[in-house]
Design a protein around this ligand. Structure first.
Ligand code: NAI
Ligand code: HPV
Length: 628
């Protein structure tokens, strides 16, 4: 059975309503511009939602336009730029199916024809209204005999075409749905790439956020291998709205959840999810990863990735990305602020003041100038804190298990013990690997100077909390700032339980080291960009568990992405298959790490389904996908 596609013009084939655009051109410089434009928009919506008759809407809008023939070339040029993105990328569909595609619009042929014929639509497959001009070229009305100027006009056209086959209508308006309502179409696709009208979506057989979705549903080759709206994204823990909107703009179906989820909840929720976004709270365990059936990528919208079982992700071919330095500065500023507050006992004094007590005294209050800051962990945060602390007069010492360049005048120490004995202020900035559990406990506090200031803004499990409590109670530690805890509440509605509560000169903060607007915006932009690069091109730059490959944009080729266990001979097997299928390789990129191999092969356009089957069947294949 042949399939016919009936496509609407305004807000479907183009991103805008042509009449709105014409109004902005014809009313340019006129005092009534603003008022007229908003009335035109209102009338368009009323008509599109089926709340007033289409004819009335059209008539009233034309009157408000005050347009002239001379405005049309400008309108056509502007509209060419406004062809909907998914239509623009699917010109192959228009060429291949030209005898099956009709554009039926209540708009006007004068501007529709030049736009849609340039896409490949045949002139006699375009049905639209026609303008009437007066002798000065002013638009004075429309041809009232044209069926499209009347309500039910689209259905009348379809009836007259008498098409022999299945009819699929793609449009954003109520008048498109009317074709289906008249029993003249097999399916009505509500097209939502440009505008989503609730009333129209309610009536639709299928919501199509892009033309790719319609083509995919009808098993027609589209310009992209898989419609983006079918890729489900789940974002947990209040990811910044900018991150949400970037992923939505990309066309993914995004669900957001404000808090973390525990293991069992996540095992359920992760089903069907292709991209998971989380922050420091959500534990992404092996059990969760094994419950996932479509997971391709994980975005940690933070620095730390210790909450994610990276090995399990790797074994399942799930690439993990993070934002390694988007909130670094925020943590550093909190550390500097905390050191000054603690060394002056400001918090306790402030609490006393709130209780009406005036305790003016210099006893126990010091400057930070000339004090020794001991940094444990000299990574991104440690190193930046080193620079800032030095610039306000501290003497910086650091200890890192890896060889690190000393910045400014910082002094590298060879052991943790040396550092603990030296520092007036100890600040922890190690990563959250499991081996770092309780690296600071009773023994380490004992090694510190009397009256030391101690900060942990890294991860909760690296400090033995009971030992810290004892060190504070015994006055060994004179002040402490703790931002991270072995157990943290799942959301703002859950209580905070910890034995450090109520101790003197201790600043407790709810894991907000990275919680500044600047940092969250940075992260919200950084992580989606990495994920989109990965999904669209296979690029793995900044992935924390995949071999890092920066790939060129795909041009006129198919990209085959093969992830496999790193065992000998896989690449040979892949290439042998290409040779057997007489496939010309345009480019090939390979990188491995200890566990997996990542091979990207760009090939000429033609390939058979058998080749894809054979590639998937290679032993030790973890994941395989095709991009084109
Ligand atoms: N409180 C908060 O909101 C935030 C906390 N963080 C946490 O801060 C920590 C540091 O972050 P970055 O500096 O970006 O990480 P990084 O990975 O750049 O630096 C960590 C450094 O610690 C060193 N290291 C690891 N174990 C060590 C040990 N036992 N002894 C001495 N050195 C050790 C590593 O060699 C590395 O140089 C991480 O745990 C991260 O998760 C990060 C951002 C915000
Ligand atoms: O970036 C990190 O590693 C942090 O600890 C900050 O985590 P958050 O995004 O606040 O859950």
């Amino acid at each position: 059975m042949d399939k016919y596609f009936i496509i609407d013009f305004d807000s479907t084939l183009t991103r805008v309503e042509a009449m709105d655009l014409l109004a902005s051109i014809s009313l340019e410089g006129k005092p009534q511009k603003e008022e007229a434009e908003s009335k035109i928009k209102e009338l368009t919506d009323l008509g599109m939602n089926g709340e007033i008759s289409f004819r009335d809407s059209l008539k009233d809008r034309l009157l408000l336009l005050e347009a002239n023939k001379s405005h049309l070339p400008q309108l056509i040029t502007a509209l060419k730029d406004q062809v909907s993105i998914s239509f623009k990328r699917n010109t192959a569909f228009f060429n291949e199916y030209s005898d099956k595609i009709y554009v039926i619009s209540n708009g006007f042929r004068e501007y529709i024809e030049p736009i849609v014929t340039s896409l490949g639509v045949l002139p006699d497959h375009i049905f639209a209204n026609e303008l009437i001009f007066d002798e000065k070229g002013n638009i004075k009305g429309f041809d009232e005999n044209n069926p499209l100027s009347k309500d039910g006009g689209k259905a009348a056209i379809i009836r007259s075409l008498d098409l022999d086959g299945d009819i699929y209508v793609i449009g954003d308006g109520h008048n498109d749905y009317e074709i289906k309502a008249a029993g003249l179409a097999n399916k009505f696709y509500a097209f939502t790439e440009n505008i989503s009208r609730e009333k129209v979506m309610e009536k639709a057989d299928h919501i199509a956020p892009s033309l790719d979705e319609v083509l995919f549903e009808n098993k027609i080759n589209s310009a992209i291998s898989y419609p983006k709206n079918r890729i489900k994204v789940l974002l947990l823990e209040n990811v910044h709205p900018i991150g949400v909107s970037l992923l939505e703009k990309e066309g993914f179906s995004v669900e957001v959840y404000p808090a973390g989820l525990d293991e069992d909840e996540l095992c359920e929720k992760i089903k069907g999810i292709s991209i998971l976004g989380l922050r420091s709270k959500t534990q992404l365990s092996r059990k969760v990863i094994e419950s996932a059936d479509r997971l391709m990528a994980v975005g940690a919208f933070c620095i730390g990735t210790n909450q994610i079982d990276l090995d399990a992700c790797q074994e399942r071919g799930v690439a993990v990305f993070n934002a390694p330095f988007s909130n670094t500065r925020s943590v550093v500023e909190l550390a500097i602020g905390s050191i000054i507050m603690l060394i002056r006992n400001i918090f306790d004094k402030s609490v006393l003041m709130h209780h009406g007590k005036w305790d003016k005294s210099a006893s126990g209050s010091k400057e930070i100038r000339g004090k020794k800051l001991g940094l444990i962990g000299y990574g991104n945060i440690g190193a930046q804190l080193s620079v800032l602390a030095e610039s306000i007069g501290m003497d910086v010492y650091y200890y890192d298990t890896e060889e690190k360049l000393a910045l400014g005048n910082a002094t590298k120490l060879d052991s943790l013990e040396e550092l603990l004995a030296e520092a007036d202020v100890v600040s922890l900035h190690v990563d959250g690997r499991i081996e770092n559990t309780n690296i600071i406990g009773k023994r380490e506090f004992d090694l510190m100077k009397e009256g030391v200031i101690f900060l942990n803004l890294s991860r909760g499990h690296v400090v033995d909390i009971t030992a810290l409590k004892e060190a504070i109670t015994s006055k060994k530690v004179a002040g402490s700032a703790v931002d991270v805890f072995p157990v943290e509440p799942k959301s703002n509605n859950d209580p905070f339980e910890n034995e450090l509560r109520g101790l003197p000169n201790i600043i407790l903060t709810p894991h907000i080291g990275g919680s500044t607007e600047e940092a969250q915006v940075n992260i919200g932009q950084f992580v989606p960009a990495r994920i989109m690069d990965y999904i669209n091109t296979g690029t793995t730059t900044n992935s924390v568990n995949f071999p890092n490959l920066q790939l060129p944009r795909l041009q006129n080729a198919h990209r085959l992405i093969h992830i496999h266990k790193n065992v000998p001979g896989i690449i040979a097997k892949i290439n042998q298959l290409f040779a057997e299928h007489e496939i010309n390789i345009v480019g090939q990129y390979l990188k491995t790490n200890e566990k997996i191999g990542y091979v990207i092969t760009d090939i000429d356009k033609a390939y058979s389904k058998d080749l894809i089957k054979a590639l998937r069947a290679i032993d030790h294949t973890i994941k395989f996908r095709v991009l084109y």
